[in-house]
Design a protein around this ligand. Structure first.
Ligand SMILES: Nc1ncnc2c1ncn2[C@@H]1O[C@H](COP(=O)(O)OS(=O)(=O)O)[C@@H](OP(=O)(O)O)[C@H]1O
Ligand SMILES: Nc1ncnc2c1ncn2[C@@H]1O[C@H](COP(=O)(O)OP(=O)(O)O)[C@@H](O)[C@H]1O
Length: 205
């Protein structure tokens, strides 16, 4: 590592962001399988995209088809999964994008490690806090029943841990209210902390 020197290019993060007319950020959705991470992040991305923001959504299931297809669900593999995703998200924020991510990211240490890659205020943690009973009743992929039957090992919330965030910027329980209001709460928060230009949002909200 000591023989590798960082090359400073002439176009930097700020100029890329200015060209796009937005503040790059990472919105990190964390929560149990079935809690609603992908749905919420997808609906928020749709609202931001329609309002003219340059966005990208990194989704656990999708990333595990390519970048992380060599990884399973042991704690070490999850750490490596989230390390890679954190670095990719950092490159995307550097490119000037509004990045959303939907990963279970079960431990506080992993989430704090990703947060530490970003400048203050650029990492926004959203805890999708839907209770496990609701996630299990939804069971859209049949994974909870397989986990209960012992057919999947290390399943988050059943046979592997999920550490509840203690300092998330936002907490949303998708068993209460509806998706439209949940997305509005996210947009209101982004406008309030002034990372999102509320004038731009008026077109869609
Ligand atoms: N053992 C086990 N535990 C948890 N989840 C499992 C497991 N096996 C497969 N799946 C499916 O993988 C999706 C979670 O992948 P992530 O990359 O988000 O997980 S992690 O952040 O590395 O913990 C998760 O997707 P979501 O339901 O969208 O959360 C599951 O569909
Ligand atoms: N905001 C919501 N309100 C009500 N139900 C939801 C909401 N978001 C997701 N769901 C339900 O939960 C299921 C799992 O959602 P998903 O976004 O795939 O969760 P995750 O990405 O956390 O695994 C969906 O199939 C849907 O039935």
């Amino acid at each position: 590592m000591s023989d590798i020197v960082w090359h400073q290019h002439s176009i930097d993060k700020q100029s890329r962001a200015e060209q796009k007319g937005q503040n790059p950020i990472l919105l990190w959705f964390t929560g149990l399988s079935g809690s609603g991470k992908s749905t919420l992040a997808g609906a928020l991305e749709r609202a931001l995209f329609d309002a003219g923001f340059h966005t990208y959504l990194l989704d656990g299931d999708n990333v595990r088809h390519g970048l992380c297809k060599d990884l399973g669900f042991s704690l070490d593999d999850r750490d490596e999964n989230l390390r890679r995703v954190g670095e990719v998200a950092k490159l995307m924020v550097d490119a000037g994008l509004v990045v959303l991510s939907a990963f279970i990211s079960p431990t506080r240490e992993e989430r704090e490690r990703v947060r530490a890659l970003f400048e203050d205020g650029q990492f926004i943690e959203v805890h999708v806090s839907t209770p496990i009973e609701v996630c299990e009743a939804r069971d859209p992929k049949g994974l909870y029943s397989k986990a209960r039957a012992g057919e999947i090992k290390d399943f988050t919330g059943i046979s592997a841990p999920y550490e509840v965030p203690t300092a998330a910027e936002l907490t949303i329980d998708t068993s209460k209210g509806d998706l439209t209001n949940q997305v509005r709460a996210l947009l209101d928060y982004l406008a309030a902390i002034q990372v999102i230009d509320s004038e731009k949002l008026k077109a869609v909200v």
